[in-house]
Design a protein around this ligand. Structure first.
Ligand code: S3P
Length: 427
């Protein structure tokens, strides 16, 4: 595991190449696998998490041809998956295990799926409960991975999820494709809706209203070509960096701007960041745009409620922005951050304190008072890609050197992040 020493940058300028959206990439592979024919995908993410999904599907007998960012998934139809000869490994990826569990629960064979140490510690009861209500048979120890799913005939349910989670919602909706009747999921707040959009693109009728999504099963999935936009969660690091650094301007092309993901744009704009969106187009039911971000003077905001699922992966980088904003930024209702790839509330608070920020850890969030000059420090990534990347941006605006430990985890979502950051640094 490599550590990396960062020296602060002066400004950031240029056009940035971003990876394809990770959430959409997972879904394109999984829905492609159960589609009735070949799906051609362009712009797919090269992230390790997405590779984990592809590896699991290959073990389930799906042929996936890959050439760089282009992939052909040879879908075998609803009943076409084959039993895996060995345990499926989701690596670090919550999306892989939770979404795939929805599909595996309905197959006429037994599968076991597990993951790395972080994934094996994350809560799975949130998917075990609804899947069992649908008739699935699942074995686990203490509701954690590994999960053994004994395929069963499923029936539709009306499920009120206690958490706003696209992984839970998508798991149940995917299982619902194989169940007879209408499967409905209601959430406390609307989470990202890429599954619903892609299902529509693939000919499945999906009903949505406010924070409810429903599919009628059994439903076949029609193969189609999918172009994946750049990942707004990856763009977030550069939008924020440009806002925080003097004399900076970055251009981010073809970024996915699905409204269930654009909380980062709304939050940064409310903080006073200069962001411009243009060239907005919609393809495969997913809008995308060019984003231009510039140096800005920031002020504090309060973020909570329905905003949280819209910024769930961007809170680490927003916390860095908050250290440079005038006043106290409060992030609340974000207890879900404690069960991500690491306990992100604790990881952000600890690392920000090391850099001299004024931060208070709350049960379900953070209170950060700024502006405070950050100083270089030794940072623990906790093997969490978003913590490593957020603190690489903090290192850019700090005085002195910063050492980030175990930065290899960045490849989980953004291979090439460090090279990209080095490329856009300017004097
Ligand atoms: C994801 C949903 C989010 C997000 C994760 C990807 C997805 O998790 O944090 O990185 O692709 O569905 P939850 O829906 O569990 O909050």
């Amino acid at each position: 595991m490599a550590d990396l020493t960062w020296t602060p940058g002066n400004s950031m300028r240029g056009e940035i190449k971003l990876p394809g959206d990770k959430s959409i990439s997972h879904r394109a592979l999984m829905l492609g696998a159960i589609a009735d024919g070949v799906c051609r995908i362009t712009g797919i993410s090269t992230a390790e998490d997405v590779n984990s999904t592809a590896a699991c599907l290959r073990k389930l007998g799906i042929k996936i041809d890959r050439r760089g960012h282009k992939v052909a998934v040879h879908g075998q139809g609803a009943g076409g998956l084959a039993p895996a000869k060995t345990v499926l490994d989701a690596g670090n990826s919550g999306t892989t295990i939770r979404l795939l569990a929805g599909i595996l629960a309905a197959q006429p064979f037994t599968s076991t799926i597990t993951g790395d140490e972080s994934l094996r510690s994350r809560p799975m009861r949130r998917i075990i409960e609804p899947l069992e209500q649908m008739g699935a048979q699942i074995e686990s120890t203490d509701n954690r991975a590994p999960l053994t799913l004994r395929g069963n005939v499923l029936h539709a349910i009306d499920f009120a999820s206690p958490v706003a989670s696209a992984q839970v919602k998508s798991c149940v909706l995917l299982a619902g494709l194989f169940a007879k009747g209408v499967t409905r999921v209601t959430e406390p707040f609307h989470s990202r809706d890429h599954t619903e959009r892609m299902l529509r693109e693939m000919g499945v009728s999906v009903h949505t209203s406010a924070a409810m999504s429903a599919v009628k099963g059994p439903a076949g999935v029609r193969p189609c070509d999918i172009d994946i936009p750049s990942d707004i969660s990856a763009a977030a690091f550069f939008m924020t960096a440009a806002a925080l650094m003097p004399n900076s301007e970055v251009v981010l092309n073809n970024v996915g701007v699905n409204p269930s993901r654009t909380g980062i744009i709304d939050a940064l704009t409310a903080m006073g960041a200069q962001l411009r969106l243009d060239e907005v187009v919609e393809l495969n039911h997913e809008p995308r745009a060019r984003i231009i971000a510039r140096s800005s003077k920031l002020k504090a905001v309060t973020l909570g409620g329905a905003m949280i699922p819209r910024i769930i992966d961007e809170i680490p980088i927003l916390a860095i922005a908050a250290t440079q904003a005038e006043g106290t930024t409060t992030i609340k209702d974000a207890g879900e951050l404690r069960v991500k790839e690491s306990d992100r509330i604790a990881a952000i608070a600890d690392n920000l304190k090391r850099m001299g920020a004024s931060v208070r850890e709350l049960k379900d969030g953070l209170a950060i008072t700024g502006p405070t000059p950050l100083k270089g420090a030794e940072i623990e990534s906790h093997h969490d890609h978003r913590i490593a990347m957020a603190f690489s941006i903090a290192a850019q605006i700090a005085s002195g050197e910063t050492l980030i430990k175990n930065i290899d985890c960045i490849n989980i979502s953004f291979p090439g992040f460090i090279e990209t950051l080095q490329m856009v640094q300017s004097d």
